[in-house]
Design a protein around this ligand. Structure first.
Ligand SMILES: NC(=O)c1ccc[n+]([C@@H]2O[C@H](COP(=O)([O-])OP(=O)(O)OC[C@H]3O[C@@H](n4cnc5c(N)ncnc54)[C@H](OP(=O)(O)O)[C@@H]3O)[C@@H](O)[C@H]2O)c1
Length: 283
């Protein structure tokens, strides 16, 4: 199986290293690297996949895994002409609920498989990753052919019974993280009643829009999300917050902007998400 991974960062580098233990992997990188080293929960693994940094040098793959950030879609698409053969499928390992829509301008939507990735990982240096948990990847039924590619790994890859609901559940959790990025305080600030109220409101708007999109979401989700933040390591920092601290762009549109855009489409008011998007875009 020929697998190309675009974006060998925290998620892409970790997934590519695992896949390279059993498959032919081509790394499509922006920053050059020679090898992958991942500190996994089961010990270190390493791989030396072929690396290409010029999209015109890439060769066709059976599967392409996109693991760039959501805001890098246009640059990511420059890899598609060389990577896509007649039967190539493209799995999008990104946050949010718009995996297909994001790449539909360049690829037939029927070829795109969205994935919900829950693999907490960090990039220490180019090619060096820390994988904090084995984690999981959820796919829709049409992504079932991806499952056996991970059979040799400890990552739990499966088909979700209701992918739309699973994707919106993750968005409900992620959208509340914008508060931490805005006020630059780690998870523990959720014990503050005012902060918790803002988080509940962000999630309640997400629930309303998610339901309009077909997700089955319980009324108590806003409270459950706040409890999750309160139970987390008080010093933990979500990726939006980490990106802001590092001066990188943030996935604010994929995590909160989408709630505002789809809310407007369905005639649902989302003033709190709109406010936080405006403020984070301004900083
Ligand atoms: N990290 C996590 O724990 C985690 C967990 C679940 C989901 N996610 C989601 O997974 C996605 C990827 O996140 P991440 O944390 O892995 O991001 P990341 O560490 O920043 O990795 C992104 C990678 O994409 C590369 N890239 C950007 N533009 C490119 C281009 N045109 N061609 C080739 N490579 C390009 C970057 O290159 P450079 O090396 O030049 O920067 C970087 O290696 C995001 O949507 C994120 O929300 C992340």
């Amino acid at each position: 199986m020929r697998i190309a991974v675009i974006g060998p960062g925290a998620v892409g580098g970790t997934v590519a290293a695992w896949l390279a233990q059993a498959h032919d992997v081509q790394l499509c990188a922006r920053t050059p690297l020679t090898a992958l080293h991942v500190e996994t929960p089961d010990g270190p693994i390493a791989a030396r996949p072929s690396v290409v940094t010029d999209p015109t040098d890439a060769t066709p793959a059976d599967w392409v895994i996109v693991a760039t950030k959501t805001y890098d879609a246009e640059a990511t698409a420059r890899w598609f002409p060389a990577l896509l053969g007649a039967d190539t499928r493209v799995a999008v390992f990104q946050n949010g609920v718009e995996h297909v829509a994001r790449f539909a301008p360049w690829i037939d939507a029927a070829r795109i498989v969205p994935a919900i990735v829950d693999i907490p990982a960090e990039r220490i240096a180019p090619g060096r990753m820390l994988q904090r948990r084995n984690g999981s990847i959820l796919l829709p039924a049409r992504g079932a052919e991806l499952v056996p590619l991970f059979a040799h790994t400890p990552i739990a890859v499966s088909v979700a019974p209701d992918f739309t609901t699973a994707a919106w559940l993750k968005l409900c959790l992620n959208c509340a993280g914008a508060v931490n990025a805005l006020i630059q305080k780690p998870a523990g600030i959720a014990t503050d009643d005012g902060v918790a109220t803002v988080k509940r409101t962000l999630v309640a708007e997400c629930v309303a829009v998610g339901r309009a999109e077909g997700a089955v979401l319980d009324d108590d989700l806003p409270e459950l999300v706040v409890r999750g933040y309160r139970a987390a390591d008080p010093d933990s920092i979500n990726s939006l917050h980490a990106d802001r601290l590092a001066g990188r762009p943030m996935e604010i549109d994929a995590r909160n902007g989408v709630i505002v855009r789809l809310g407007a489409h369905h005639g649902i008011q989302t003033p709190t998400n709109a406010t936080i998007v405006a403020l984070l875009q301004a900083v």
